[in-house]
Design a protein around this ligand. Sequence first.
Ligand SMILES: [Fe+2]
Length: 493
Amino acid sequence: MNILGISAGFHDAAATVINKHGEILFAGHSERYSKIKNDLDVHVDLISDLANVGHIDHIAYYETPWKKQLRQLYSGQGIEWNKLTTHQVLKKQLQGYFSNVPVSTHSHHLSHAAAGFQTSEFNKATVVVIDAIGEWDTISIWGAHYVDGRAQYHRLWGQKYPHSIGLFYTAMTQAVGLKPMEDEYILMGMAAYGSKQASTIMKMQLVDDEWEATFKENLHIGSSYEWGKHFDDMDIASSAQSLCENLIYNVMRRAKDFGWSRNLVYMGGVALNCLANRNLGDYFEKIWIMPNPGDAGSSLGAAALAYGGKIKFEHAFLGREISGNYPVNALLDSLLVDKIVGVASGRAEFGPRALGNRSLLADPRGPDIKDRVNAIKRRQEFRPFAPIILEEHVNDYFDMPNGFPTSMYMQAVGVCRYPDQFPAIVHKDGTSRVQTVAPDCGSGIRELLEKWYVLTGCPMLLNTSLNIKGEPIVNDRADADRFEQKYNVKVHS
Ligand SMILES: [Fe+2]
């Protein structure tokens, strides 16, 4: 029995297939096929890949359409009569494919929770979900455990629309001229360059009750931000990050106080804020953030709920395959000569971050590499790149935060011990978005790092996503060829 989980129709459409043993056969993002960033619709080529996985016996959808429509009506967005039922949504999204397959509908926040808990190593955990908005839920805390092998979720607390930490952060992203629901990670990067001097007035103007995470206005609809005109964008970013962290930590304190478990599963788009995540160890002992904690990951969550039991989650390389052995030696040759090289090999990453199969890699040593990679990536110069490092060496180079002895999916930032030697991978505040690579990481990037270490004595590379500016991460070899031609950088497969 194969279960297809779908999240689509709002942003970043995705699909996951799991089999009767709880193994993930496929998980991919629509944007990688359509080349439209955060594409909200399921692309026909993604449907083809799903059809090739095998027979689909059940479809699980990641939220309840009529509840979402009711909320949209309440918020003045109107109602879309052709999106009231899961059947209507799937008929459009799957374009007539899998039309006779039984369907189940699951709640938005429970799909987030399941994507985290059922892929974790834990048999019991406190689950916290913080996102912009689902149907009505914006924050939820769950006590999760297994009974007779089936996951059970007990709702312990929640907050509802329009009160939303995610919508607050998105509104601040928009306030500094960035694209809401897309550029929040840039706002996080800007935070290191400002001061928190706007946080007092920001809190006064916007926050109603910090403990309850309630706000004075509906930030989904927008705000005039008259109060913000005396501050520059970096100060707004720094203050928004600080206020956001306080709100998140209040939720974590509340979650801890329920006493359900010392294990934390943290999900929802806000869980991508790796800067805020550095202090989660103050509240919980063990932490799991699934590498795709946003809505795309809920395609896996919905499928997990329909399945019921623990999912065998081994790594995030679950999407479209570029066949062939990982080109370790070719990559090494290019790195030693050119210092920068692209790789497009194996299965695409499920999640927003390139983890080694669709990456632009570089020698992280020396003062000029950041400018050289930036000249290719053409992004804001203040943003650093991420280090990818052999797991057993991470403590030699980084002070990792409590709760994150490793960071296989860049879930939290560490502090670099030698920022002068590696300026390209260190942010202005001294932090780095570290990716640790274990022997069983599921990618040839491990062997590449091992050989790089033998040759150079350096166990780390710079790793950034392989994408043409404005486009999603490359999916197939044709995308890699376009990248090569556009930027004149070799991409090995
Ligand atoms: Fe969500």
